[in-house]
Design a binder for this molecule. Structure first.
Ligand SMILES: [Zn+2]
Length: 128
């Protein structure tokens, strides 16, 4: 399973400097990070409501200009919800002035409200 992000790790240079075991160490570090992220996602899906998860993902994905460039289908996949549920949850947030929904994007208008609605799990994942 991959998050689609390719990371260039200079394994040859690391191996030259730290020895052969560095490849195993890097692999174990990557695996432990993936397991921690999976655990956080699973716990979030079990313990927190869909509205909390969507608010958190939108807040975490918003770029410097306040826009999260993501389709509702992608948000649904990340939050473990159906797209129609995400559409309804975003409409609720929009109705309360927290966001404005556009095609392939969600503009954050009230970040404090969005964060108050969020469970905070996405922010923890986003930092990793
Ligand atoms: Zn959560």
């Amino acid at each position: 399973m991959s998050d689609g992000v390719v990371r260039d790790i200079p394994l040859a240079a690391l191996e030259e400097r730290y020895g052969r075991d560095v490849r195993q160490d890097v692999s174990e570090l990557w695996l432990s990070q993936q397991l921690a992220a999976s655990r956080t996602t699973l716990v979030c899906a079990v313990r927190h409501r869909g509205a909390q998860r969507i608010a958190g993902w939108v807040a975490a994905l918003a770029e410097a200009d306040g826009v999260a460039r993501i389709a509702q289908g992608q948000l649904a996949a990340m939050a473990g919800l159906q797209r129609t549920s995400v559409c309804a949850l975003l409409a609720d947030l929009a109705g309360r002035g927290a966001v404005r929904v556009g095609r392939g994007k969600v503009a954050v208008h009230d970040r404090n409200l969005l964060l108050a609605e969020s469970c905070g799990c996405a922010a923890r994942l986003d930092r990793n």
